[in-house]
Ligand binder design. Structure first.
Ligand code: PLP
Length: 406
């Protein structure tokens, strides 16, 4: 068939450009030590920042949830799939975000991708005629980009981290409804968005500030409540999205906002209404996961994670490559060319380390990188072994480039 041949040509092109993605199959739980495609690896790639994905208490809660509620929800939330576990989780999350929102309420989704679609879609319908302008940060996650497109709002992309540019764009907008959308932690840079300045602007211009805290919830803030706690923000202009498959270790996501916003989501969030509710057992397990995040154990896990971040910053020796200035668990090492980043990832893999190479279009052309993610489940010895391997590779790359120049 002709179309198959065209597809194969395109796939070949991806391979030639060093852009082909491939799956690896894991036979063990998400943890620092994993067995992947038959090999034992030390993994620095998951978003399981606190090591809760394989935490015995969370696993036990998942089993208990299955015993209590069965394997699946059987229907969408509004038909018959909304269990007591979902309701309790939403109450808990609403209470957790209460210091940062007015009349807070939370809604649980099967994934962050769905949550962003439902939320942006519903927010864009607030005013009759849907006169909405959505201001989207340049580095926003794919789920926010797609959610914005699906919302059919007018989309204006503002330059990365450029609060002044956003201020002029907001001032120039005559839309009835203005929505600023940003990641709290840029997922491929690890850096924090200037949320206090963004919120001040939104309050000044009567705009919503939608914060996607996928990489902040559980890891930022004294009690793990995320970016709003980290920056001590509180405002009725805030709409918060946190994911529960990353630091929380289980799966799904939630939106927390003023109760009326959440009620609007229930009425108009198509990605909520028309999908089967996630298994109640997941919600049940998440209650345990959130207890851990919010308690003394979570605090100790975050302190250890910060130690590992400091260790990598102090001990990496990089003559050529650049470690980005991130204080989060996401520690990207920019190498530049696609093939060079892939080669570094392959060389590390040969030595038993699993560190993914991230290439365009996920990041800008010429900034292909290793995305090292740290977890509180890593030991300092494990991080030291990665640092040693990367230092050796970086010195080798430097020597090679000098040989070429000479
Ligand atoms: C992972 C991620 C999402 C999607 O969340 P899932 O629960 O994995 O679907 C959304 N936004 C950002 C910034 C993310 O990193």
């Amino acid at each position: 068939m002709e179309a198959i041949r065209v597809i194969e040509q395109q796939l070949q092109l991806l391979q030639q450009q060093g852009l082909q993605r491939r799956l690896r199959v894991a036979d063990t739980p998400c943890a620092p030590r994993m067995r992947v495609d038959g090999r034992d690896l030390l993994a620095f790639c998951s978003n399981d920042y606190l090591g809760l994905a394989a935490h015995p208490a969370v696993v036990q809660a998942l089993q208990e949830g299955a015993a209590l509620y069965g394997a699946g929800s059987g229907a969408s939330h509004l038909i018959s799939g909304h269990s007591r576990a979902h309701a309790r989780l939403e109450e808990r999350l609403g209470a957790l975000l209460a210091p940062h929102l007015e009349q807070p309420r939370a809604m649980y989704f099967g994934s962050g991708f769905l949550a962003n679609q439902a939320m942006l879609g519903a927010l864009a319908t607030i005013h009759p005629g849907h006169d909405t302008e959505l201001f989207s940060e340049e580095l926003n996650h794919a789920s926010l980009i797609d959610g914005a497109r699906l919302s059919r709002a007018r989309i204006t992309i503002y330059p990365h981290n450029d609060v002044a540019a956003l201020a002029s764009l907001l001032a120039a907008s005559s839309a009835k409804s203005k929505i600023v959308v940003t990641d709290s932690v840029y997922s491929m840079d690890g850096e924090l968005a200037p949320l206090p300045a963004l919120l001040a602007l939104c309050e000044q211009h009567g705009a919503w500030l939608v914060v996607d805290d996928a990489h902040g919830f559980g890891t930022l803030g004294a009690s793990g409540c995320g970016a709003l706690e980290h920056f001590a923000l509180r405002s009725p202009h805030l709409v918060y999205m946190g994911t529960l498959g990353k630091a929380a270790g289980v799966g799904g996501a939630f939106v927390a906002a003023h109760a009326s916003v959440i009620e609007l989501l229930l009425q108009r969030g198509r990605a909520y209404i028309y999908t089967t509710a996630a298994a109640p057992a997941l919600a049940h397990a998440l209650l345990t996961s959130i207890d851990i995040i919010n308690g003394a154990e979570g605090m100790a896990l975050r302190a250890h994670l910060q130690q590992l971040v400091a260790q990598i910053k102090t001990d990496l020796r990089l003559p050529h490559w650049q470690l980005l200035p991130s204080m989060t668990a996401v520690q990207p090492l920019v190498i530049g060319a696609n093939q060079a980043a892939v080669q570094a990832s392959v060389q590390l893999h040969a030595q038993g380390f699993w560190v993914p190479a991230i290439r365009p279009p996920t990041v800008a052309a010429g900034t292909a990188r290793l995305r090292i993610t740290l977890s509180a489940a890593h030991t300092t010895a494990q991080v030291a072994s990665l640092i040693e391997a990367v230092n050796t590779l970086a010195a080798q790359a430097e020597a090679d480039s000098e040989a070429v120049t000479a």
